[in-house]
Design a protein around this ligand. Structure first.
Ligand SMILES: Nc1nc2c(ncn2[C@@H]2O[C@H](COP(=O)(O)OP(=O)(O)OP(=O)(O)O)[C@@H](O)[C@H]2O)c(=O)[nH]1
Length: 443
């Protein structure tokens, strides 16, 4: 995401930071490069013009010239303005009214609507809601089946839509059926077309007028850049959408759509799709996104991810064990499984400030197989060995290595790492455990 822009801005800022004092000329030159970088990122030219104008006004003012660190001050201004450009703060789904609350997903074919309906169901369920999936695309033959399959996979109820029925009627019937199922949120997957056309829009308007959705979300493909922005504009002009879900951000190195949509349509991006898997939907936070473009890391998303997979009670229990130095290899394995649930380690590392900008660290490919190996080794131990690692002598090590398909060296390495970590924990425990956030263990 935003790789090119991020690198370009980084080099502009390096130059700016190189000057102790900034002159008007330094700033003008820097802004020229920022402008180029944004245009290359496929940001709408009108958006770029206003953006540069705003930054220029602030940068040439006293804010920078009187600052002790003018270069950093410019970075802060760019950070503020980027955040503003993307909408300032995260806007939530609007879910209000009588149950079940309908939410409409609209968008062109292939934008990722159906997948996103599944992802939203997962997210809502995590938040304690009871989603009901409603396939309302009666034109694409496989569309209804695709959502039904997703429902089975996720164990989320799906309205048994009939491909011969009228989409408006499907939605009305689904409202009644959803209520009977005890669901509180209806996710309506509407039909898509290859292009915006009148017939599609009038069908969507008919559904909107009958169902009165609490939120209408346009699902748009980030990789189509300015096309996504134009599509968002057309849908908003006709339907007055509530917000946008930008999919396939994982494949979009430029980021033009994400940077332009709010400014062009006035509607916020509420979520972004960052992969094909059904847990790869994230709330869109303009401030965090700006910081991550400028290489300041994405720590809050990292922490949120950690919190969403860590079971609070289990975390408290582990913390207690750590304090008493009773953290066994079994706990070590459980902790590792939790971390793996957060996603790929390489992705996680890139969220940490400084890491994403450091060339050596950036190319660091974390060996995910290593985690699998460690898990296999611990699984091959007897319960007693996991609780009392000191009894693992030479012959036990050989047996464990054989059982896990690894080598004795692998087993030795794991035990050495584990003892080192335990030593570190003991040291920290003496000084109190306050250093660790709740649920954030030191691995
Ligand atoms: N990499 C990536 N792929 C995605 C994302 N969201 C959806 N996709 C993929 O995009 C393709 C199209 O997604 P669908 O959900 O079938 O698209 P749709 O908009 O429902 O299509 P129609 O039903 O034809 O309107 C699928 O291969 C999805 O796996 C995402 O965030 N990242």
């Amino acid at each position: 995401m935003f790789d090119n822009l991020s690198n370009r801005l980084d080099s502009v800022f390096k130059k700016l930071k190189g000057h102790g004092k900034l002159t008007e000329k330094n700033i003008e030159d820097g802004l020229k490069e920022v402008r180029m970088a944004l245009l290359e990122a496929d940001v709408h030219y009108k958006v770029v013009k206003k953006f540069i104008g705003d930054i220029k006004e602030r940068s040439l003012g006293q804010e920078v010239t009187k600052s002790l660190t003018p270069g950093q001050q410019v970075i802060k201004i760019v950070n503020d303005e980027l955040t503003k450009l993307m909408g300032d703060s995260h806007e939530e789904l609007k879910l209000s009214g009588t149950l079940p609350i309908p939410v409409m997903l609209v968008g062109l074919q292939g934008s990722g609507k159906t997948t996103t309906a599944g992802k939203l169901a997962v997210l809502l369920r995590k938040r304690g809601r009871k989603p009901y999936l409603v396939p309302a695309d009666v034109y694409r033959p496989a569309a209804i089946d695709q959502l039904k399959k997703l429902g089975v996979q996720l164990d989320v109820p799906v309205f048994p839509s009939d491909a011969k029925a009228d989409p408006v009627q499907i939605c009305q019937k689904a409202l009644v059926a959803g209520q009977k199922e005890g669901c509180d949120t209806l996710l309506i997957d509407t039909a898509g077309r290859l292009h915006v056309d009148e017939e599609l829009m009038s069908e969507l308007c008919r559904i909107r007028d009958k169902v009165k959705p609490s939120d209408i979300l346009l699902v748009a493909d980030a990789m189509t850049g300015q096309d996504a922005v134009n599509i968002a504009k057309s849908f908003n002009d006709t339907l007055d959408i509530g917000g946008v879900i930008l999919t396939k951000m994982d494949g979009d190195a430029r980021g033009g759509a994400a940077l332009s949509i709010k400014s062009v349509t006035g509607k916020p991006i509420k979520f972004i799709g960052v992969g094909e898997k059904l847990n790869e939907l994230e709330p869109f936070h303009p401030d965090r996104m700006a910081s991550s473009i400028l290489g300041m890391g994405d720590v809050l998303t990292f922490i949120e991810k950690a919190q969403s997979v860590v079971d609070e009670e289990k975390a408290a229990e582990l913390e207690k064990k750590l304090r008493k130095s009773q953290f066994t290899l079994e706990d070590f394995r459980d902790q590792m499984v939790q971390i793996r649930k957060m996603g790929s380690l390489t992705d996680l590392i890139n969220m940490i400030p400084g890491f994403s900008k450091n060339k050596q660290l950036k190319n660091l490919e974390v060996d995910e197989h290593e985690l699998v190996r460690i898990e296999a080794i611990i699984n091959s131990m007897t319960p007693l060995e996991r609780r009392q690692h000191t009894i693992i002598n030479g012959s036990r090590r050989k047996r464990i290595a054989r059982g896990s398909g690894t080598s004795v060296q692998d087993v030795n390495r794991l035990l050495k790492n584990y003892t080192q970590v335990m030593k570190m924990i003991k040291k920290i425990s003496k000084g109190g455990m306050r250093g660790f956030g709740r649920g954030m263990l030191p691995f």
